[in-house]
Write a protein that binds this ligand. Structure first.
Ligand code: GTP
Ligand code: MG
Length: 221
């Protein structure tokens, strides 16, 4: 019943994680799932059914069934993205959707509303969109996941957090849990850093993107 945001640079694994979550939500609760379907709103046309099949096979789900339990919609622009979510109530209810994914939340908004003069309108629209998402998550007892790109911080050349998520305070305030993804040394290794959570301390986890999907790595001491 809340929103989790993954933010990070291109190739940091945001979309791969979304694929994995769309599979894992289908697992029974004792295996970390919700025994439900996923609604996947894709704004960048990076959803790959082949990837779902690989991941499903690895966790022991029937690949075809796993694909059928992902309701997919491509959003062509920000208006369409907003509309898809506005009209999602029925599809969520009828398909027992327990996970709503928007990958990426901000890409259309960012490319369509260029320039400072358009910022208030963009932020207002984004705010409304996120509140609709939150409402759906609450109404249907579902998890919501959004991805977000980052932009360089002009004032922080040397800081460890030299990037900021797009969307500013609007996205930051409505996302309860925020996780920063970055590349690390090693083949396909990534670090997930929990930067905001209503009930967990800050922390990091290492994972690898493999043929099988997202795989946890032991923290190297
Ligand atoms: P943007 O959407 O461009 O901002 O990036 P993103 O954060 O969504 O990155 P994405 O999740 O698309 O990660 C891409 C990375 O995942 C690639 O650079 C690969 O390293 C890895 N990857 C994608 N598919 C596979 C696969 O089938 N096998 C393996 N081993 N790695 C993969
Ligand atoms: Mg992506």
């Amino acid at each position: 019943q809340s929103i989790t945001e993954f933010f990070g640079e291109y190739g940091s694994g945001k979309s791969q994680l979304c694929h994995q979550l769309a599979v894992n939500v289908q697992l029974p609760p004792e295996r970390g799932g919700l025994n439900g379907a996923a609604l996947y709103i894709d704004t960048e046309n990076t959803f790959r059914i082949e990837r779902i099949m690989q991941m499903a096979k690895h966790v022991g789900l029937d690949p075809d069934e796993a694909c059928e339990r992902i309701i997919y919609a491509e959003a062509y622009n920000s208006d369409h993205q907003v509309l898809l979510l506005e009209k999602a109530d029925r599809v969520i209810k009828e398909n027992n959707v327990r996970l709503i994914i928007i990958d990426s939340l901000t890409s259309h908004f960012r490319s369509e509303y260029v320039g400072r003069q358009n910022l208030p309108e963009r932020q207002q629209k984004l705010n409304k969109h996120m509140h609709k998402l939150l409402k759906l998550a609450r109404a249907f007892n579902a998890a919501a996941v959004v991805t977000n790109q980052v932009m360089a911080r002009p004032d922080e050349f040397f800081s460890a957090m030299a990037v900021l998520p797009v969307g500013g305070h609007v996205v930051g305030h409505v996302s309860h849990t925020r996780i920063y993804l970055r590349k690390a040394a090693g083949r396909n290794v990534r670090i997930a850093r929990l930067v905001a959570s209503p009930y967990l301390p800050e922390g990091e986890a290492i994972f690898r993107i493999t043929e099988n999907g997202i795989e946890d790595l032991e923290q190297e001491k």
